[in-house]
Design a protein around this ligand. Structure first.
Ligand code: ADP
Length: 843
């Protein structure tokens, strides 16, 4: 407590306008400020000034709530306390504000305002003459007249109060020391700020400019305090329960900015809050280590004033800790029969996936704690990966939560931020647990193939810890800083491709491929699941809307081109919306007498009759709602010139057909490649040209003027649409060869043939990946024959029977066979010129 010594306060003081708490000379109070004027005072005066004088400000109490003082200056209380700002803390949370710790020096009276903006500056007159206060309270004798008598009485009362308090509490001991060393004139202020007094009472003490009056006011408060304490001690003797309360009263008691809490109702909301929190901590059933951390934080919280920024941080932390499901779990109710039925009911097709999921669940049932691999569903978007995950949760009777990890490039997203940062948060795993409220949910980690990497650490490494059954029983989130047991959580991951999943992560997972659907499967899925779902979501019934199978087929082939069924679902949604409007319009028309044809024709324009139910979506209606078709099936249109061939490509979004185009002009034998090709693809083009040049004679290939070397005096241009998409990989090799062979021979490639395969310089065809998706894409596009490497023949077994039946497969082991199968009537110079070589297999 500063006695002020001989400090003379400046005659012009910036004023801090407060509406809560009263600063008295000799005490230290913490103020939280956020109104514009006060904020300017802090930023422009306190933080910029360098001298001691610049830290002295005037604190004017009892101002109207500063939130409202933005425009007009409210009427100011005339007397205030000049004080030194001993600490300034700024924070942006929950809104920009400063917390000031101010020690009061002396009273002043505002004699005139100098300016109101950006902060209030006033001419002041110092009221307490600090240098006159010399006598220490203990030395005062009764000779000093009435004032002396008063101060003596006051001193004795203060000593009496101290006698009733617990001296082992450090603040009480400090008070005792201060009492003996402070000048007597400062005692009323210091004591009034320490004992339990309301703001109104403190204001009375502040306004008491004459010492006698001040002593009188403070003495009556002190006496009341002593009486209150006496009463309390009496009741404590009667009921031992109160022991605790008195202790807490004493602890919270003599502390700057805080008062004795004598009456129970005075404990205030804060006390109740922390007590409730404490009860929750005890009831949260958390492990020993976490419990100890919580108790420690609680202890800190109790000592902190609410206005301190750290208070909110600690409070949030504790709230999270008590909310986490440390030992709350749902009971697994697994019945394999029911699971099979549920999976079958929810999903059409995908038999292999469903079989594997059932196996997984069966093992779980037999062996309760499963430390098996994490299932990872890999496939194009919209093939039902997420929805299978959701079904698994339902079959187990567990909570389901999806965590999108695509694009996460900071490991704190997974593992949380340390609490030292402002605005720190727990990671997504802990957040997810808080959301579901049990410790054994099904977590679907969506898009693990799109994890990023940055300077803030590798999120894949953090995920490894989460997924590893050896480690995850003590997963430590940086924010929590205590271990949480994740071993009961069932993790499932999804991805579009395994290529970009970090290898260490991939190693922990069992990859289940979910391929795209065939046209027929899509029709079934649409009629069994998508249409009923969409009808329900739009408040329609099958009696109101009917989509025939042919329309669904049309939507699939002419309005969508995808491996999954997501845009199909969207298109059906669009139809439902359009029909919903019609149905709603129909409802508005009051029931009328059935119209005779005559009547209806007369009134038709004015009052439309309700639409006939159900509304059937035919070709015309489809075009009306969805617009003209987006895709045309006709592949053959494109192949009217020599030098075009259809290849098959694989992308994370499923298979695709790809046209390869070639042209030649007179030149110096240069090769131009366009269409954003990667290095491997460029090399394939060079390989193809070399092989064709080497075999030009055999296949009767010529250059532009009919010469035997096809590239002599000729520039060749190869293009791979679509030009904006980057392409790479070796599997276009056979397509490039075919396309160039067509160019050099002037013969057309068959319009209904698509192909894939890597080539070598010797003309061999090597196996490639993604056969299933590629074949499905060819089937979608209406291709009839697919040429693929011989060693990929085994992959065809995974295809649905109807796709196999509709396509003619040619398994080629060398380029000779490829060329032979690509041209009508075979290719000149090939060993076999049969339209269907013996190698062709119809599976
Ligand atoms: P993904 O996670 O693979 O991108 P979703 O699980 O979100 O795809 O599936 C998209 C929509 O398609 C969902 O409404 C889902 O119910 C539906 N769906 C996908 N496959 C099937 C299927 N085999 N049977 C029934 N509905 C399916």
């Amino acid at each position: 407590m500063a006695s002020g010594g001989g400090i003379q306060i400046p005659s012009r003081l910036p004023l801090l306008l407060t509406h809560e708490g009263v600063l008295l000379p000799g005490s230290t109070v913490r103020f939280s400020v956020d109104s514009p004027r006060n904020m300017h005072l802090v930023s422009q005066r306190l933080l910029k000034g360098t001298s001691l004088k610049s830290t002295i400000i005037g604190v004017i109490p009892n101002t109207r709530d500063p939130e409202h003082d933005t425009d007009e200056l409210p009427t100011l209380h005339k007397i205030g306390t000049a004080g030194i700002a001993v600490q300034v803390v700024g924070s942006n949370w929950p809104k920009p504000h400063y917390t000031l710790l101010i020690t009061g020096l002396c009273r002043f009276r505002v004699s005139g305002l100098l300016k109101e903006r950006p902060f209030v500056l006033a001419e002041v007159e110092q009221l307490d003459k600090l240098e006159q206060y010399t006598t220490s309270a203990a030395e005062v004798t009764a000779e000093d007249g009435e004032l002396g008598e008063l101060s003596q009485k006051f001193y004795q009362a203060a000593v009496q109060l101290l006698g009733m308090l617990d001296m082992s509490v450090p603040v009480v001991a400090k008070f005792r020391r201060l009492l003996d060393s402070l000048p007597r004139e400062t005692l009323p202020d210091v004591v009034a700020s320490m004992i339990r007094t309301s703001n109104k009472e403190k204001l009375q003490v502040l306004d008491a400019v004459s010492l006698e009056e001040r002593f009188k006011k403070a003495l009556s408060m002190l006496t009341r305090q002593i009486e209150g304490l006496k009463l309390l001690q009496k009741t404590r003797k009667m009921s031992p329960d109160n022991e605790k309360r008195v202790l807490s009263v004493r602890k919270g008691g003599v502390f700057p900015g805080r008062q004795f809490n004598l009456d129970e109702e005075d404990e205030g909301e804060d006390g109740d809050d922390t007590a409730a929190l404490e009860r929750k901590v005890h009831g949260a059933n958390m492990p020993e280590a976490a419990f100890r951390v919580c108790l420690k934080e609680l202890k800190r919280l109790k000592k902190m004033p609410q206005s301190m920024p750290e208070y909110a941080l600690t409070r949030n932390y504790l709230d999270l800790m008590v909310e986490l499901p440390w030992s709350k779990s749902t009971k697994d109710c697994l019945d394999i029969h029911a699971a099979r039925t549920l999976l079958d009911n929810d999903h059409y097709a995908m038999d292999k996936l469903k079989r594997r999921v059932l196996e997984y669940l069966a093992v779980r049932q037999l062996k309760t704690s499963l430390k098996g691999p994490i299932l990872c569903f890999v496939g194009p978007p919209g093939v039902g990966k997420t929805s299978v995950g959701r079904s698994i949760a339902r079959t187990l009777g567990r909570e389901f939560h999806r965590i999108a990890v695509g694009g996460v490039c900071d490991q704190s997203d997974i593992r949380g931020h340390r609490r030292t940062y402002v605005g720190s948060m727990p990671g997504r795993i802990i957040n997810g647990l808080k959301t579901v409220g049990v410790n054994n949910p099904v977590f679907l980690l969506d898009e693990v193939d799109k994890l990023g990497k940055s300077l803030q650490g590798d999120p894949a490494a953090a995920l490894l810890e989460v997924l590893d059954p050896e480690q995850n029983h003590s997963f430590t989130d940086h924010y929590l800083n205590v271990a949480f047991d994740l071993s009961q959580v069932l993790f499932i991951a999804t991805a579009n491709t395994t290529a970009t999943i970090p290898p260490a992560l991939l190693d922990r997972m069992e990859v289940l491929q979910v391929p795209g659907y065939t046209q027929e499967e899509k029709v079934e899925i649409a009629h069994r699941h998508l249409i009923p779902n969409q009808l329900e979501q739009h408040g329609l019934t099958p009696q109101q809307l009917h989509i025939p199978q042919e329309t669904t087929q049309d939507i699939i082939s002419r309005y969508t081109r995808e491996a999954g069924v997501r845009s199909l679902e969207r298109k059906i949604g669009a139809i439902c919306r359009a029909v919903a409007v019609k149905v709603a319009e129909g409802h508005r028309i009051p029931k009328m007498e059935p119209l005779t044809p005559e009547k209806s024709s007369q009134q038709g324009d004015i009052q439309a009759s309700p639409p006939e139910m159900p509304i059937v979506i035919d070709q015309v209606a489809l075009k009306d709602i969805l617009g003209p078709p987006v895709f045309e099936m006709e592949v053959s249109e494109r192949l009217t010139l020599p030098g075009v061939a259809i290849g098959l490509a694989w992308t994370p979004l499923g298979g695709e057909i790809m046209f390869v185009e070639a042209s030649r002009t007179e030149g110096e034998g240069q090769l131009t490649l366009t269409g954003q090709l990667g290095d491997v693809m460029k090399e394939s083009a060079h390989l193809a040209i070399s092989w064709l040049r080497a075999n030009a004679k055999t296949y009767q290939l010529t250059n532009m003027v009919g010469g035997p070397n096809p590239s002599e005096g000729t520039d060749i241009h190869l293009h791979f649409p679509a030009g904006a998409v980057t392409k790479d990989g070796p599997s276009a090799g056979v397509t490039i060869v075919t396309c160039l062979a067509s160019l050099f021979s002037g013969r057309l490639v068959r319009s209904d043939v698509a192909m894939t395969g890597e080539i070598t310089l010797r003309g061999l065809v090597l196996p490639v990946g993604g056969i299933k998706d590629k074949v499905l894409a060819a089937h979608r596009a209406g291709v009839k024959r697919v040429i693929l490497p011989k060693r990929n023949e085994k992959d065809l077994e995974e295809l649905p029977a109807n796709v196999r039946a509709n396509l003619d497969f040619v398994a080629a082991s060398n380029l000779d066979e490829v060329l032979n199968a690509s041209f009508d009537g075979g290719f000149p110079g090939t060993t076999s010129t049969l339209a269907h070589p013996q190698l062709s297999s119809k599976l």
